[in-house]
Design a protein around this ligand. Structure first.
Ligand code: ATP
Length: 368
């Protein structure tokens, strides 16, 4: 990531009523990165984003895209060279999905047929059925509309994608899907993405770099998500990042944790030790015929497992995964033991909470 796709140089925006929305912003967005602007409402995130494509003009300072001052590029040309996705997908209600996606390619002179083919291809890229292309936006769910909004922004294959709270209007499950797909798209399409959100979790999940804005349009910190969680620049960032930042920072740590053995029982009542000799515990892990964990039973139940309701297990840990996943697997397990599985979901053994804590301690010491 040597080059900067977008640079803000001492940029200020004061609206005519005297509101300073952005105050002396200097920041570089590396090419091919996903940079998140995050902060509480009204701190200038959207204004900053819109100064990149000249929907808003700065009062002072310059914004450059690929080294060129955007104020020297005609607005229409600039906007067509960047995808823009907003919260309420912004689709034209009286145009079909395919027509919506084709708008910019058509403006750029593509034939109707080529634009349609590209639109249908893009529907697949963003995880929608081609068959939805003939529908109108009102005939789609909120999540589908957002996906079409992303497809439309990608239609002219712009190197830069600007996204303003694109997933905030959909429910958490759809949102998690959209976030996963955005990360996947970013990998496949190698775009420079600037993404606005007020949700720190979303920023940490998506961002290669995160810019935390404070009230009054001040840039409080610009760093990797890990750095922001671990070393917030000031009290404002610390408060904004929230209470669980120590736990969340464990997402960035990995460490080999020794596996311990566990007693298992299958549906026929056969027992076995997996991962080594089982430690002393009342808990037995039920597995299915493929060796995948099903749930926990207590040793007194295990003899008559088929008739007994087992306790649902916690989250699963994959060796090589983060310490956060290991700790969560232990904390969410009825037995207190984290269940480790391979890529096919087959039981490998368990992690004892004390071993997870020891690994956390080692990583902490190695950082000092
Ligand atoms: N056209 C405008 N005229 C006057 N003030 C404006 C205008 N647009 C935005 N503002 C003000 O500028 C400040 C920054 O607004 P901006 O929309 O950039 O913030 P934001 O961080 O994106 O907020 P949100 O998360 O609520 O969208 C706010 O105080 C807002 O009221």
């Amino acid at each position: 990531m040597g080059n900067h796709a977008i640079s803000f140089r001492e940029v200020r925006k004061t609206y005519p009523d005297g509101t300073t929305a952005v105050d002396d912003l200097t920041l570089d967005v590396p090419e091919g990165s996903l940079t998140v602007f995050v902060g509480p409402s009204g701190c200038g995130k959207t204004t900053s984003l819109r100064m990149i494509n000249r929907m808003v003009e700065p009062t002072a300072g310059t914004v450059e895209v690929n080294g060129q001052d955007v104020s020297t590029v005609p607005e229409a040309q600039l906007r067509r060279s960047m995808g823009y996705v907003m919260q309420a997908s912004g689709l034209l209600p009286h145009r079909t999905v395919v027509e919506n996606i084709s708008t910019v390619p058509r403006l750029l002179g593509q034939s109707k047929r080529a634009a349609r083919e590209r639109a249908e291809e893009l529907l697949e890229t963003i995880g929608l059925d081609r068959g939805l292309g003939g529908r109108y936006p009102s005939q789609l769910s909120g999540g589908q509309q957002q996906r079409v909004g992303v497809a439309r922004a990608l239609a002219a294959d712009p190197p830069v994608l600007l996204m303003d709270e694109p997933f905030s209007a959909v429910d958490p499950v759809v949102r998690a899907d959209l976030q996963r797909e955005l990360l996947d798209l970013k990998q496949r399409l190698n775009k420079t993405i600037v993404f606005v959100t007020h949700d720190m979790d979303e920023a940490v999940l998506l961002g290669d770099r995160v810019a935390v804005f404070a009230r009054g349009g001040r840039l409080a910190q610009y760093a990797s998500p890990e750095k922001i969680l671990r070393e917030p620049a000031d009290q404002f960032v610390s408060d904004f990042v929230g209470r669980d930042r120590g736990f969340r920072a464990l997402s960035f740590d990995t460490h080999d944790i020794p596996l311990s053995g566990v007693l298992t029982v299958d549906g026929q009542g056969h027992t076995a030790e997996v991962g080594g000799p089982a430690g002393v515990t009342d808990w037995v892990l039920e597995v299915n015929s493929a060796g995948q964990p099903v749930g926990w039973v207590t040793s007194t139940q295990s003899a008559e497992i088929t008739d007994q309701a087992h306790r649902v297990g916690g989250s699963l840990h994959h060796p090589g995964g983060s310490l956060r996943s290991a700790l969560d697997a232990a904390l969410s397990s009825p037995s207190g033991l984290a269940v480790a599985v391979d890529d096919d979901g087959r039981l490998l053994g368990v992690l004892r909470p004390q071993d997870v804590l020891e690994a956390i301690d080692k990583v902490r010491e190695s950082r000092q």
